[in-house]
Design a protein around this ligand. Structure first.
Ligand code: MLT
Length: 324
């Protein structure tokens, strides 16, 4: 009897302490895990949001880059991280496509996370090194078809959107190029600038400054509509790759079991960041579109992830490219 009373009392104390901890959240720095290299497109979005959330939360939001396996090392890490409200994760379409691309994953995208919020959508661009011998898209296609065995396509690995877009491009042309995987498109871009690789798909959040500086050749954008920040760039769809479309969407997640009150507070922080004029301007300058506020709910992110898993599964399986 005495033992039971003591256990009940201890449980009560622990619950009270936890409730107080939630009320004080965040009482120390919060980590936002990025699954690709620093300086790349996901990192740019993460650091822009983190700077704004640091102001609104009153605690530093630290960006931590965990690299490998096309984003899956980071996803597995966050899935197993403490669910105490101090670890969050930002990821893109890879959260959905990896489910079809990998035979074995160390996490389940639909079971191991709490959904915090959607954030931004980003177009991709089809690029080549500056001295690539093609001055427009039709010439590029002809050159790629004629020289397929010697062309290197840079990607950020299976699970990355650069790989997904590259795979769709190869499939549309009926060619197989040599894929060179990096741990993010930041190092892939360095290789493109250095001429060590030939072509790459990458998000405007990294490519706009390089395109504007004339450091790379641009052959088109992967959205159905032209992109405001690159008005001169035709879509791949309008240039003959019918229905070619890759839109990169970013969402914020937490390990499963993170207290609902903290998920809700983080959702409010992300939404506040997406309204911060500094964030709005930076995203606008880089061609990223902020997802409308009404759809930045945990439920909308969960539904979007599910619809993307349903959408990409058959496309990927038809390509027959899998990893363990
Ligand atoms: C990155 O941040 O490096 C990219 O999002 C990787 C990718 O292409 O998916």
């Amino acid at each position: 009897m005495q033992l039971k009373r003591t256990a009940t009392m201890l449980l009560g104390l622990a619950t009270a302490a936890f409730a107080q901890a939630q009320g004080n959240w965040p009482s120390k720095p919060v980590t936002l895990v990025v699954p690709f290299a620093a300086g790349g497109p996901t990192d740019v979005v993460a650091r822009t949001l983190a700077a704004s959330m640091t102001k609104s939360l009153g605690q530093t939001v630290v960006v931590e880059n965990k690299l490998g396996a096309g984003g899956n090392v980071a996803a597995a890490y966050v899935a197993k991280a403490a669910n105490d409200g101090y670890t969050f994760f930002i990821h893109h379409n890879g959260m959905a496509t990896s489910t079809a691309l990998y035979r074995k994953l160390q996490y389940d995208a639909t079971k191991d996370f709490e959904y915090v919020s959607q954030a931004v959508e980003v177009p991709m661009t089809l690029l080549a090194r500056k001295d690539f011998p093609a001055s427009n898209f039709q010439e590029m296609v002809a050159y790629v078809k004629a020289n397929k065995e010697k062309i290197n396509l840079a990607t950020a690995g299976l699970g990355a959107v650069s790989q997904l877009c590259g795979m769709m491009f190869q499939r549309a042309l009926g060619v197989q190029l040599t894929e060179v995987p990096f741990q993010g498109t930041a190092p892939a871009m360095n290789a493109l600038l250095g001429g060590q690789v030939d072509v790459m798909c990458d998000q405007t959040t990294q490519t706009v400054p390089q395109i504007k500086a004339g450091n790379v050749k641009l052959y088109g954008v992967t959205t159905k509509q032209r992109v405001k920040v690159l008005p001169q760039a035709p879509t791949l769809h309008e240039q003959g790759l019918k229905d070619f479309e890759v839109v990169v969407w970013h969402g914020v997640y937490a390990p499963k079991g993170t207290p609902a009150a903290i998920v809700d507070s983080m959702n409010k922080a992300v939404r506040a960041a997406l309204k911060d004029p500094d964030v709005v301007k930076r995203m606008d300058d880089l061609g990223a579109e902020i997802v409308p506020d009404a759809t930045n709910t945990p439920q909308a992110l969960q539904a979007h992830l599910k619809s993307e898993i349903d959408r990409w599964g058959p496309v990927i399986r038809a390509g027959g490219k899998f990893a363990d």
